[in-house]
Design a protein around this ligand. Structure first.
Ligand SMILES: NC(=O)c1ccc[n+]([C@@H]2O[C@H](COP(=O)([O-])OP(=O)(O)OC[C@H]3O[C@@H](n4cnc5c(N)ncnc54)[C@H](O)[C@@H]3O)[C@@H](O)[C@H]2O)c1
Length: 357
């Protein structure tokens, strides 16, 4: 594809997250033209038309018709998790590059098929994580590359919500790809393994705790009206992953949990020579011994740590890769690497046994 051409992108799924994608594309307007929007809900399409000025003939209720009529260069999948695989496979068959929101699929087998299909057609398949683009993450990656931490020993990561079951979409349903492990732990595992250099997992064990989400909410909270009738996902999950390099990562995630804060999203990393505390949306702290003292180090300045910047940067990386053939920061293979661990977490929780990877 010539470098001067804009990428003709169709957005499939116009629910909650597509707004942040459209805002990102608005800032990439020199490189991207949004040529279609797809959603089975008419009111979602009308909202896209009214906010972003898409013409009526660019709005579609299903992706098959859109792919045949519009023939976009690329699609951006903002669909519920259980529909990532069928939509990606259809789009790839139609010759489109694919940006797929996280998680890449429902399981590793789906991810493998998506990756193979894209590779066979020389198309770019990206997975929608974004913490790689947070400056505080970049600082920790730079610190690891400079040997600041020495040998990595342990990480303790939390992505806990006190009462945080989404009250829209399909997050209440295991069959539709919901639950805190697939929905939010996926981000935490992504950023931890990115900072740690994507080590090879060796074995893990996990436990899921169920039950509270089935009860209608009877306390004050910001989103009490989740679908408790059909809720069949875990309230809380804990896992421990041992990697081949000896690193041990402990993780906890919840939609419903009795904790002090409304939400905790952080991890503490310790190595033989140094440590760090990564906190979502905040500058990190680094710890090491210097000049005969135990020092706590914080950056005096970091650029914006906000989501809009991360979304613009992640979409820019994919758009540029589609237009120029440059490398993806987050190719499908990273989605598969994470998904294998998620599959093993679910298996261990179900079997009650440690799982070898
Ligand atoms: N990267 C992030 O930080 C982040 C944050 C939130 C959500 N997400 C991911 O984004 C994806 C979408 O999440 P959401 O919260 O926006 O969900 P959502 O339910 O709000 O939106 C999904 C939209 O897809 C439409 N849809 C569903 N099936 C369809 C079909 N077959 N044909 C046409 N339209 C269809 C629905 O009508 C809905 O409008 C999920 O994979 C989620 O994990 C990522």
């Amino acid at each position: 594809m010539p470098e001067h051409k804009k990428l003709r992108v169709a957005v499939i799924g116009c629910g909650m997250i597509h707004v942040e994608h459209m805002q990102g594309y608005a800032e990439l307007k020199d490189k991207v033209e949004i040529v279609a929007a797809v959603d089975r809900k008419r009111e979602c399409l009308e909202a896209v038309r009214d906010k972003w000025g898409l013409p009526e003939n660019a709005l579609f209720a299903d992706w098959d018709t859109m792919l045949a009529e519009v023939r976009p260069d690329a699609v951006d999948l903002c669909l519920p998790n259980y529909e990532h695989f069928p939509a990606a496979m259809d789009a790839i068959a139609a010759g489109c590059h694919v940006y797929c929101e996280k998680p890449l699929g429902m399981n590793a087998a789906e991810c493998e098929k998506m990756i193979a299909a894209a590779k066979a057609k020389n198309l770019k398949l990206a997975v929608g994580f974004q913490q790689e683009y947070c400056p505080s993450t970049e600082v920790l990656v730079n610190a690891r590359n400079a040997g600041f931490f020495g040998e990595l020993r342990s990480v303790h990561g939390s992505l806990l919500r006190r009462r945080g079951t989404p009250n829209w979409g399909t997050y209440y349903s295991r069959e539709l790809g919901g639950g805190p492990v697939l929905d939010i732990l996926v981000h935490l595992l992504d950023v931890i393994t990115h900072v740690c250099g994507r080590p090879e997992p060796a074995r893990l064990s996990a436990s899921y705790f169920y039950g509270e989400g089935k009860n209608p909410c009877d306390v004050f909270c910001s989103a009490p009206d989740w679908n408790s009738r059909d809720y069949n996902v875990e309230d809380l999950a804990v896992a421990q992953i041992t990697f081949r390099n000896g690193l041990v990562v402990q993780l906890e995630t919840s939609y419903i949990n009795h904790i002090r804060e409304d939400c905790v999203y952080d991890f503490k990393l310790s190595g033989a020579k140094g440590g760090a505390w990564w906190r979502n949306g905040k500058a990190p702290e680094l710890y090491a011994d210097r000049f005969g003292a135990m020092m706590n180090i914080t950056p005096a300045y970091l650029p914006s740590l906000g989501r809009p910047d991360m979304f613009r940067r992640k979409l820019d990386n994919w758009v540029t890769a589609c237009l120029t053939g440059s490398a993806l920061m987050l190719p499908g293979e990273i989605g598969l690497y994470i998904q294998r661990m998620l599959d093993a977490i679910a298996l261990s929780a179900k079997s009650g046994k440690e799982v070898e990877l």
